[in-house]
Design a binder for this molecule. Sequence first.
Ligand code: EPU
Length: 476
Amino acid sequence: MTPRSALEIVGGQPLGGEVAIHTAKNSALYLILASLLTDEPLVIEDVPRLSDVLVALEILAHTGVEVAWQGRDVRLHAREVRQTSAPYRLVSKMRASFVVMGALLARAGEARISMPGGCAFGPRPVDRHLKAFAALGIEVADDNGDFVARRRGPIAGKVVFEAPTVGGTQNVLLASALGDGAVEIENAALEPEIADLADLLNRMGARIEGAGTPFVSVQGVPRLRAARFRPIPDRIEAGTFMLATAATRGDVTLRGVRPEHLEAVRDKLTEAGVRVVDVARDALRIDATGELEAVDVTAVEYPGVPTDLQAPFGAFLATVPGVSVVRDRVYPDRFTHVTELQRMGARLELTERTLVVHGGPLSAAEVHAADLRAGGALVVAALAADGRSRVLGLEAIDRGYERFSERLASLGASVSRSDERSTGPARGASSSPGGASAASSGTGSAVVAAVGDASSASVRRAGTASTGRDGPSPSS
Ligand code: EPU
């Protein structure tokens, strides 16, 4: 992938048809870490082949976990832990890797993790993780840019998060599931990915109650066992497809979703005039062919509108006549997409962390995705804009949207991956079952082979897997 690698999109075409939603990146990332808690094999089914997932697998391989892809399943076997560290080279690529600390503490009693570093959309500290560990009797010291954590006795006690944190809650669950202490968490994060991790750990033999509510209790157990587990569907990927459908005034059915995880998104879209219809227990139809109107959106913790959809929501609202107001209470400065949307003719004012959107027609432009969800937003806008856009920053988009161009093309969009040598988009990028030919032009196909294609490397050690990325750009 080169810095000029891009999605080329000719917008203005309503999306139509059906798309299957993948399993959740932000669940899979933590589920695979649970492999460290047992010396028996763990199989996580249908894991999205995304660069962030490959980084997490590299970290696990570094600690000694045997990692093998079996089709789209990942088999992990931590017979022994050989390293209790996660090097900067990997942690700097993905903030979520900080959560390996809890798993290493549980299994090996110690961990050395580099500071995760900054982020494209503002500060993302780990102070709540560290306070939680301190409350559980874990010593954490700062050693030349690394956090060094040690468990002196049983991991036990009460954690009261001053405000919810998804990663912090996952870290405590992983640290306390294996062992002989009892842990209570107050003000735990409510995101469905928390309950998903608790469900997996309980299937492995853990005793966790209350996950998905603010009060979680964990009674450590001496041993965890082998398990097979399929992550929940990706509610952020689903939401992005919903907003792309709305922005293009399309009519798309999403298969393989959990509608209960999408309530807030659905409510907002309904308020804007989009029809969201249950067509099956796990399928939603998004019909945006009617009259739409501006709505205000504030991203908050689950079960509210997710921060990860705040930028795509802004892109959709930029297409809707009228005035909308967008805020983000989780990451108040997550607005790197705004200047790029303005290049597409969006009339946006960002003052005091409040985005005022004067909706109207968008026009094509070359834009750059500074982070993953900014990328989601720019793709939504480009699909709706008149003319041919180039969305640069593919390495950010590949962190969270697998085979995006191919799946959008299957909904009738004119979209393809390209690099600077490419001559332009091809309508309806080819679509093979394994995804090997997701790119229809340019060298982008090599990236998809590394990131998006499960079939061409059905069994591969993650330690040797390329992430297909040019360098660190911590986001998730
Ligand atoms: N925070 C602190 N101190 C901490 C931890 C968090 O101040 O020690 C703050 C953060 O700065 C933020 C808020 O608390 O303002 C919530 O952060 P949280 O810890 O919940 O976020 P996270 O665990 O780092 C996960 C997702 C993000 C998603 C957030 C919020 C993963 C791998 N990442 O991050 O997803 O935005 O929860 O829902 O699960 C993405 O997928 O693009 C992405 C960034």
